[in-house]
Design a protein around this ligand. Structure first.
Ligand SMILES: Cc1cc2nc3c(=O)[nH]c(=O)nc-3n(C[C@H](O)[C@H](O)[C@H](O)COP(=O)(O)OP(=O)(O)OC[C@H]3O[C@@H](n4cnc5c(N)ncnc54)[C@H](O)[C@@H]3O)c2cc1C
Length: 381
């Protein structure tokens, strides 16, 4: 599969499966298993996995393009996809074992959706500092944890779970574990009724005395934190920025369509023909959308050719994307006026969905903290 072929498959799924159901799934807060099945059948669940396990072996460019394309139709599904790609990349980077080879084959074959279970009720958005601690138990560990938001909760086949290492001494001495759905003690601990991304089942998950065998340990003890920073963070920040770009593009298209179709019959003109102020605001939305697109291209270039400024770009891009998505969709709400406010258009769903990116950890505020500290030479943690 090439990048273009992957994006084409995403576009077909977006048009045929996501777009027709997005509004109803949003209203009902319904997770789309049809979307996951289509992504699996098309090979997109194994997008970044190597060819020897059946994956497409593609990179950040394909990931961003596929995610943006999905988000233009349904950001809830796009975020499910982002979490899956982050989790599967963590499994692919795990200590080599026959177990991971089998799991990765399943993922590439489209039979396995995964996700991240990092955030905890006790440390909130500071996902790098779990409160839970794995306790030795025979040849493995058992884990008690309150995971506060887990996308695809109850629908994923596995969860990449963080917990402090049994003998860790500091707040970031964590380990990552692979916990399959159905593990005794693992349960969805509440409903998901968010303002936006309502169709992605980001519910709390509890681990009550979950036994995790030693062959399900993804990282060395204490090596969870570097895996979060080096494997998950670049992909997560790129993925959430790509979701933001999809939302911006959908907002521009939806606004342009409304300005073309809605009429002032007494003037014999469409809104767009009649009002220069609306045209100017649409233009600003387009400028911000293309600015975000250029920023994402720059981040991809930095990920493909890592250099001194790569970490800064990883941090900056998610912060800027969150702001752009909120600003572009808020402008769309204003330009489309009462029609948007009364939910006659999909604009208000885009506006609500756009607010998730900035609060998903690392939040926009935390990213600014990190960027400011790094510019001043202050340690981040
Ligand atoms: C739709 C959705 C899906 C999610 N999916 C997942 C998932 O799959 N897996 C997962 O692990 N988590 C997930 N999360 C959780 C998410 O990553 C955050 O942990 C969560 O949104 C943090 O919310 P909070 O209000 O508890 O954070 P708080 O830590 O209470 O933050 C409150 C405010 O304080 C600010 N703040 C916090 N710390 C600092 C700081 N150091 N400097 C400056 N400002 C700061 C924040 O920016 C925020 O504005 C999801 C969240 C959402 C909304």
């Amino acid at each position: 599969m090439t990048n273009d072929e992957a994006t084409l498959k995403a576009r077909e799924i977006a048009s045929n499966v996501l777009a027709p159901a997005a509004a109803a799934n949003d209203t009902a807060g319904r997770f789309s298993m049809e979307a996951v099945t289509s992504l699996g059948e098309s090979g997109l669940l194994g997008l970044l996995l190597p060819g020897d396990v059946g994956g497409a072996g593609l990179g950040p460019r394909a990931f961003a393009d596929v995610t943006t394309t999905l988000a233009e139709a349904d950001a809830s599904v796009a975020m499910v996809y982002v979490m899956h790609i982050c989790a599967t990349s963590t499994i692919a980077a795990a200590r080599p074992s026959d177990r991971w080879t089998a799991v990765l084959h399943d993922i590439a074959a489209g039979r396995h959706l995964s996700t991240l279970a990092f955030s905890e009720a006790g440390s909130r958005s500071h996902f790098w500092a779990p409160i839970s601690r794995a306790q030795p138990n025979g040849d493995g560990v058992h884990i008690n944890a309150k995971k506060s938001w887990v996308t695809s909760a109850g629908f994923a086949q596995s969860y990449v779970v963080s917990a402090l290492a049994p003998k860790g001494t500091g707040p970031t001495d964590s380990t990552l574990y692979f916990v399959p759905a159905g593990t005794p003690g693992l349960s969805v601990a509440g409903p998901w009724d968010g303002l936006g991304l309502r169709a992605n089942a980001s519910a709390p998950v509890a681990l009550d005395d979950c036994s995790v065998a030693s062959d399900a340990q993804l990282t060395d003890d204490g090596a969870g934190f570097p895996a979060m920073l080096n494997v998950v963070l670049p992909l997560f920040n790129l993925g959430t920025a790509a979701v933001a770009l999809g939302l911006c593009r959908a907002a521009v298209a939806g606004t342009a369509s409304h300005l073309t179709s809605a009429k002032f019959e007494h003037l014999g003109q469409s809104l767009g023909e009649s009002l220069p102020t609306l045209r100017a605001q649409l233009a600003t939305m387009q400028i911000d959308t293309d600015g975000l697109s250029a920023r994402i291209d720059d981040l991809i270039d930095h990920l493909e050719k890592p250099r001194e400024t790569t970490v800064l770009r990883v941090l900056e891009t998610k912060a800027a994307a969150g702001d752009a998505a909120i600003s572009v969709t808020a402008t769309a709400m204003r330009v489309c006026g009462g029609a948007a406010f009364s939910k006659h258009l999909s604009i208000e769903r885009l506006f609500r969905d756009a607010h998730a990116g900035a609060v998903m950890a690392p939040t926009g505020d935390v990213l600014r903290e990190f960027i400011g500290k790094s510019l001043l030479g202050i340690p981040l943690f």
